[in-house]
Design a protein around this ligand. Structure first.
Ligand code: FE
Ligand code: FE
Ligand code: MG
Length: 164
């Protein structure tokens, strides 16, 4: 932990750490939802959809890494037990029990929309109280916005495909 780097966050450190650990929990659940979804998905355009799901899984894992590095930088501890992911995450987890492409895409689109809300309110609340965390949250938000768009494009293509 860098003392000056932590000092500039001042009295907000505990709240920033709380928000970061919530985001950390959500990223792991998002990672697993994509990863397992890519394993079980079935239906038209499967190959294109698997490729996108795996790309997003890798992005979510990278986000968990970015967030945990910031937690450690601020002197906190990333959640150490996966059980805590469900207690801390606001977005939760949608199990791909129906493996049909449309259902999996719908679940992941909802997940991305929730992630966009999480990071947007995170950014609004933190603002320039902690510019380093702010910058990380903005970078992640950019990815989540891209994820939503990627999935919605696939969903639209799939709509056309299913009509034929
Ligand atoms: Fe993410
Ligand atoms: Fe995402
Ligand atoms: Mg993508």
């Amino acid at each position: 932990m860098g003392t000056k780097g932590r000092e500039i966050v001042g009295e907000y450190v505990d709240r920033v750490l709380e928000l970061l650990n919530k985001a950390f929990a959500e990223e792991w659940l998002a990672y697993y939802q994509y990863w397992i979804g890519a394993k079980v998905v079935q239906g038209p355009m499967k190959d294109a959809i698997i490729a996108e799901l795996l790309q997003h899984a890798a992005d979510e894992l990278r986000h968990a890494d970015m967030v945990s590095n910031r937690i450690i930088q601020l002197g906190g501890t990333p959640l150490t037990n996966p059980k805590q992911w469900f207690e801390w995450a606001h977005c939760g987890y949608a199990a791909p029990d129906d493996p049909f492409v449309r259902t999996i895409l719908e679940q992941n689109i909802s997940g991305e929309q929730c992630a966009i809300n999480t990071y947007n309110s995170f950014i609004q609340e933190i603002g320039m109280k902690d510019p380093v965390t702010y910058n990380i949250a903005v970078q992640i938000l950019q990815d989540e916005v891209e994820h939503e768009e990627d999935l919605q494009s696939l969903y639209e293509d799939l709509g056309i495909f299913l009509k034929k």
